[in-house]
Design a protein around this ligand. Structure first.
Ligand SMILES: Cc1cc2nc3c(=O)[nH]c(=O)nc-3n(C[C@H](O)[C@H](O)[C@H](O)COP(=O)(O)OP(=O)(O)OC[C@H]3O[C@@H](n4cnc5c(N)ncnc54)[C@H](O)[C@@H]3O)c2cc1C
Length: 354
């Protein structure tokens, strides 16, 4: 059964230990870890992973070239095999909630979906990824993930030795064109008004990177492949492949209800949800992993971040469990507590050979 076919059943009488929002590489690896840690975990996924337009995942150890949809289907099956739930749904809000346990003042949340479902969670993990915003150039969006690419580590090998045009777009443009030169000797930099210093221009020319300035009008496409880049003066520069940096925008608008907003990423290439070294956001109890917090993470990195953050969340929940257990223990009638202490003492005596 595919994720799309799975009925929308969310049995949540007491809520979940963790609701994971987003079922890409980060969310599914996190859910796998949490389910194996015997946590109740629900993944709510809108079903639009960032790399959906691509035919294959590259640079991923032991799964090189797997189709993105196949990888995620395997991941969903693995989560379910340990009792985790994965459901197709879009989250539209997260709000603070009070625990049903009066002794528990740890954070808790209500997660609502666009279909009007309300879920209760002790912890929330945000793994919703990002949106790639492309410059407004005719033909670009249509070819995205095919012969319009952004990441040399994802696509460089596939476009090696081809005629590559790099469209300047944002602060990483020079870095991007220098990288693509590693995969092809035929690289043109479409500066699109970027002011190059004398040193920068010299660095490009020294590596035989041609510089073309002026506005780019559209991509020229014939027989379902790029053949060139048309400039605003009507001239066409023949190219097979176009590379362009995107502005990367975290999918985080649904977190307004808990006062959490994406902030500009230090690279200047977009925004993200900042987290601490453990993956916790500025709101206690809300964690984040993958592209939503680290725009540079590829599939392997996003999955690893999900697994790491899941372990941190489980540790956090264990601490809460200990606090609650101690409170409950202290409330026990003294005679019952005494019995437990006697049992512990006897066990201790036995260990010491008494
Ligand atoms: C064209 C292209 C090709 C790429 N090729 C490669 C490659 O070859 N190798 C590689 O390693 N990396 C590749 N990448 C990068 C890869 O896509 C990311 O590293 C990876 O998707 C990050 O995983 P993630 O789990 O953080 O986010 P995503 O995979 O984007 O998953 C996020 C999930 O959250 C869901 N979601 C979003 N908002 C909500 C909401 N409100 N409620 C519920 N669900 C929500 C989305 O629908 C999506 O399913 C490529 C990227 C692009 C754009």
């Amino acid at each position: 059964m595919t994720n799309e076919e799975k009925p929308m059943t969310i049995p949540a009488p007491d809520g979940y230990d963790v609701v994971v929002i987003g079922g890409g590489a980060a969310g599914l690896n996190a859910a796998l870890m949490l389910a194996r840690a015997r946590r109740t975990v629900l993944v709510l996924d809108a079903g639009e992973p960032r790399n959906a337009p691509a035919t294959a995942v590259h640079g991923l150890f032991a799964r090189e070239g797997v189709a993105p949809a196949e990888l995620l289907e395997r991941g969903r099956d693995e989560v379910r095999s340990y009792g985790g739930e994965v459901v197709t749904a879009e989250v539209d809000a997260v709000h603070p909630a009070t625990s049903t346990d009066p002794d528990n003042d740890d954070p808790a949340f209500t997660v609502s979906t666009s279909e009007g479902r309300m879920l209760h969670a002790r912890r929330v993990l945000v793994t919703t990824g990002l949106v790639d915003e492309l410059p407004d150039i005719a033909g670009l969006r249509h070819r995205w993930g095919r012969d319009v690419v952004h990441c040399p580590y994802c696509h460089g090998w596939e476009v090696r030795d081809r005629a590559i045009g790099v469209l300047a777009n944002g602060p990483m443009a020079l870095h991007q064109v220098s990288l693509f030169r590693q995969w092809s000797a035929d690289v043109t930099f479409f500066a699109r008004g970027t002011t190059l210093s004398a040193d920068e221009a010299e660095q490009l020319r020294a590596r035989d990177i041609r510089i073309v300035d002026g506005d780019v009008e559209e991509l020229v496409v014939a027989e379902d492949r790029i053949t060139g880049v048309r400039m605003s003066d009507g001239s066409v520069v023949a190219r097979d492949v176009v590379a362009v940096g995107t502005r990367m925008t975290a999918r985080a608008g649904f977190l307004d209800g808990i006062g959490l907003r994406a902030q500009e990423h230090p690279s200047g290439a977009g925004d993200h949800l900042p987290v601490d070294a453990r993956g916790q956001t500025a709101v206690p109890g809300v964690w984040a992993a993958g592209n939503v917090t680290d725009p540079s993470a590829q599939v392997g990195g996003a999955a690893a971040a999900g697994a790491f953050t899941a372990a941190q969340i489980n540790g956090d929940l264990v601490q809460e469990d200990v606090r609650l257990a101690v409170t409950a223990y202290r409330r026990r009638p003294f005679s019952v507590r005494g019995e437990a202490q006697v049992t512990e003492l006897v066990a201790g005596d036995a260990r010491h050979g008494v």
